[in-house]
Design a protein around this ligand. Structure first.
Ligand SMILES: Cc1cc2nc3c(=O)[nH]c(=O)nc-3n(C[C@H](O)[C@H](O)[C@H](O)COP(=O)(O)OP(=O)(O)OC[C@H]3O[C@@H](n4cnc5c(N)ncnc54)[C@H](O)[C@@H]3O)c2cc1C
Length: 402
């Protein structure tokens, strides 16, 4: 058995982990990042990095190399598609934003963080203690032996994404307490009459929770989301039929398909897990996800806050969990605001202006769209989300925070 000692151990070499490492390494803390896959690794993602996420990435890690972008390289905004064919275009503010290739963009930020990377190393177990945390891991891949690796770290950051094993170990009942969704996307060689510079999202109560299409490197992607229970979203063929009927999709070949499970409701219901006992949970593992499944900007910002909290705890002799609970409130507020109905109605919490786009339309179209949006939201009435949403909105209104 090998034992490795470090100041900070980060689980997950992705955006949140790299942002956390950037802060701890810059402060002179020895930082090891473990990643179960070999790098650069594939990551299912549309790759639309919001303007705020792009600014963070450039400022902290520098401009990514050319291979870290897809074609088209720039995305103008989000286009809502309604059942009768109407489209509602919302350009990003202040302008088009990059379409990144996660495999190489993530590798770029991970390298730039200057953490010591242990790839093909999978987190297996955790034992928090009074002075340090013990993490058990094992090597993955064809040539991996059965040897266990033990890390002893003063602090651990869990940045291992939506199906976080660290969260599952720290809070054994948590996974069963939230809703899980299965997302599936297929890549097609196809023609489509929609503009490739936009991300197209359906507002259509007949097409499920999260149905989209966008172009990537000459392929047209169609994605669909269902409740967890099936290995592949059952409604996917319905989504393809919709794009064929309404937007001129003509498929020549199916190239590739992939899917995953997602924890969509945590930010919506203000239900985060930030960790305990020298373990800080961040990124999507903590529940950060903006509207339209935009999770990269909040992953990086929350990751940086986790790293800063540890630096602060070393320099000021305060518990990092306590510091993190305080500092993370800014990102929590920003993220939950995106889902807060009062903020959506009376403010503009997104990086595109929904209300300004609606105001440009004739009155009859506006009425139709608002009706369709309400029908779309109505699909979620079976979930026990209304109470936490109202309670979060009331807290924000009366206390100014969540
Ligand atoms: C279909 C789809 C499309 C999306 N499109 C967009 C988009 O266009 N724009 C956007 O902003 N967001 C998008 N998202 C969301 C975005 O991908 C995530 O929110 C974001 O990647 C979260 O970053 P993270 O660093 O928290 O975690 P992740 O990026 O999930 O990284 C977690 C890392 O931890 C590693 N890991 C996991 N378990 C272990 C373990 N046991 N041991 C060691 N390592 C482990 C993983 O391999 C991975 O490298 C999309 C998501 C999906 C599913």
């Amino acid at each position: 058995m090998t034992e490795i000692r470090t100041d900070v151990l980060i689980v997950g070499a992705s955006l949140a982990g790299a942002a956390a490492a950037k802060r701890t390494v810059d402060a002179g803390l020895h930082t090891v990042m473990i990643e179960r896959k070999e790098l650069p690794r594939h990551k299912i993602c549309s790759g639309i990095l919001s303007p705020r996420g792009y600014r963070f990435l450039q400022e902290n890690f520098g401009e990514p190399p050319e291979n870290a972008f897809h074609t088209p390289k720039w995305v103008t905004g989000v286009n809502f598609l309604f059942p009768n064919g109407l489209q509602l275009r919302m350009p990003f503010i202040p302008g088009p934003t990059p379409h990144i290739y996660r495999k190489f963009a993530d590798h770029h930020v991970v390298k730039q963080s200057r953490a010591e990377i242990h790839e093909r190393t999978e987190f297996r177990g955790i034992e928090p203690g009074a002075k340090d945390v013990l993490v058990r891991a094992r090597r993955t891949g064809a040539d991996a032996g059965s040897e266990e690796i033990v890390y002893r770290a003063k602090y651990v950051i869990a940045a291992d994404g939506p199906r976080s094993e660290v969260v599952a170990k720290l809070y054994p009942t948590f996974r069963d307490s939230i809703y899980w969704f299965v997302v599936g996307q297929k890549y097609y060689k196809a023609e489509l009459s929609l503009d490739p510079r936009w991300f197209h999202f359906t507002i259509n109560s007949q097409l499920g929770y999260y149905t989209w299409s966008h172009e990537e490197n000459g392929c047209q992607i169609v994605g669909y989301t269902d409740e967890h229970g099936e290995p592949w979203p059952r409604g996917h063929a319905k989504a393809v039929a919709y794009f064929e009927q309404h937007h001129g999709m003509r498929i020549r070949e199916e190239v590739f398909k992939e899917g995953c499970l997602e924890n969509f409701g945590m930010s919506l219901t203000n239900n985060f897990v930030f960790g305990k006992e020298r373990v800080l949970v961040t990124g999507q593992a903590a529940g950060f996800l903006n509207m339209m499944a935009e999770g990269m900007s909040c992953a990086m910002h929350s990751g940086a806050i986790a790293g800063e909290s540890i630096v602060e705890s070393f320099t000021r002799n305060r518990g990092a969990n306590q510091v993190y609970d305080e500092l993370i409130q800014s990102e929590r507020t920003r993220t939950v605001d995106q889902w807060n109905p009062l903020k959506i109605l009376f403010d503009n919490p997104h990086e595109a202006d929904l209300k300004a786009a609606i105001r440009k339309l004739p009155l009859s179209d506006r009425t139709y769209m608002v009706r369709q949006m309400l029908a779309y939201i109505g699909q979620f009435r079976g979930y026990s989300w209304l109470k936490p949403i109202l309670s979060a909105s009331a807290r924000r209104l009366f206390l100014g925070r969540y």
